[in-house]
Design a protein around this ligand. Structure first.
Ligand SMILES: [Zn+2]
Length: 299
């Protein structure tokens, strides 16, 4: 009996830091507002960067981070505009970009995304990090979808949603504001970090390089680029990201041709020049090589 209760206490003490950490994560998060262009802002909190466009029609937001942050996000947006959040565009289906969808959807935001985002959110999803993710509640799912492109006229400007195929997932959309010269790239772009490519959800190395090329085709020297993760960016930094990925892809493809194994390729350190900085966060040097290797093997 004594042994039993000790064991329970021990398990509890082992789990406690995890539980506290998970709760504190959101309690400690502050939403930071960055100016992007006139009436366009980038919000940083936890999860994917949010884009906000304010004006006479109301508020259009791009991505919604995690559900527990919705009140803080709303409070931050209210310092910019008292108008309603009418439109919520999702760049893709991942929970760190759509976790707040249900809260904003219930308050009247029309959710817009690629068809595959709706498809994935409406069904049980497999995840590389969790055994299974249940289907999102009805209010969290997109109500308007597109397959290749969609144009929204809102706040006196054209907002273009452009699908980039098999990039970070199979449902990515770039959000382009031609008049304001701003592009939100969702998770097709991790600024100065190796990207996570969700191969299980239809992502691929060639698609993510192609997504960068599409954005570079639209962008000029002064274009403001909002990455899915990392600080506000520009075409020069995006070009560097594209080139790093192309270099790694070339090295891995070359080694595969020479029948090298994944472990042998990782030992060659193809990313030696960038691993330290670019691999310091979520995806390290070995992991990006593994992702590229598996992506090329799938082709
Ligand atoms: Zn993502």
């Amino acid at each position: 009996m004594l042994f039993g209760s000790r064991k329970i206490v021990l398990i509890f003490l082992t789990l406690l830091p995890l539980v506290l950490c998970a709760q504190q994560d959101f309690a400690d998060v502050e939403i930071q507002i960055h100016d992007v262009a006139e009436n366009i802002y980038m919000l940083e909190g936890a999860g994917g960067n949010i884009g906000v466009c304010i004006g006479g029609d109301g508020v259009l937001m791009i991505d919604s981070q995690y559900g527990p942050l919705s009140d803080k996000i709303k409070a931050a947006i209210q310092t910019l505009s008292e108008a309603e959040i009418n439109v919520l565009v999702n760049t893709h289906h991942h929970g760190d970009h759509t976790g707040g969808n249900e809260n904003f959807g219930k308050e009247g935001a029309q959710i817009v995304a690629h068809q595959n985002v709706k498809e994935r959110m409406s069904n049980v999803q497999k995840s590389a990090f969790r055994p299974e993710i249940p289907a999102a509640p009805e209010a969290a799912r997109p109500v308007m979808t597109y397959t290749d492109e969609m144009e929204i006229r809102y706040n006196n400007q054209d907002i273009m949603l452009i699908h980039v195929d098999h990039a970070h997932t199979d449902g990515d959309g770039l959000v382009y504001f031609p008049e304001s010269d701003v592009i939100h790239m969702g998770d097709t772009y991790f600024n100065h970090r190796y990207p996570y490519i969700d191969l299980g959800s239809g992502g691929s190395i060639d698609g993510i390089i192609e997504a960068a090329n599409t954005a570079l085709f639209l962008a000029g020297n002064n274009t403001k680029i909002i990455p899915g993760h990392g600080p506000l960016s520009n075409a020069e930094e995006l070009r560097e990201y594209r080139d790093v990925l192309m270099h790694l892809r070339r090295e891995v493809a070359e080694a595969i041709k020479e029948s090298k194994t994944l472990e042998e390729i990782q030992a060659m350190k193809p990313g030696a020049a960038t691993d330290e900085g670019w691999g310091a966060a979520f995806i390290n040097g070995d992991r990006i090589i593994e992702i590229i290797y598996k992506s090329l093997a799938e082709e």
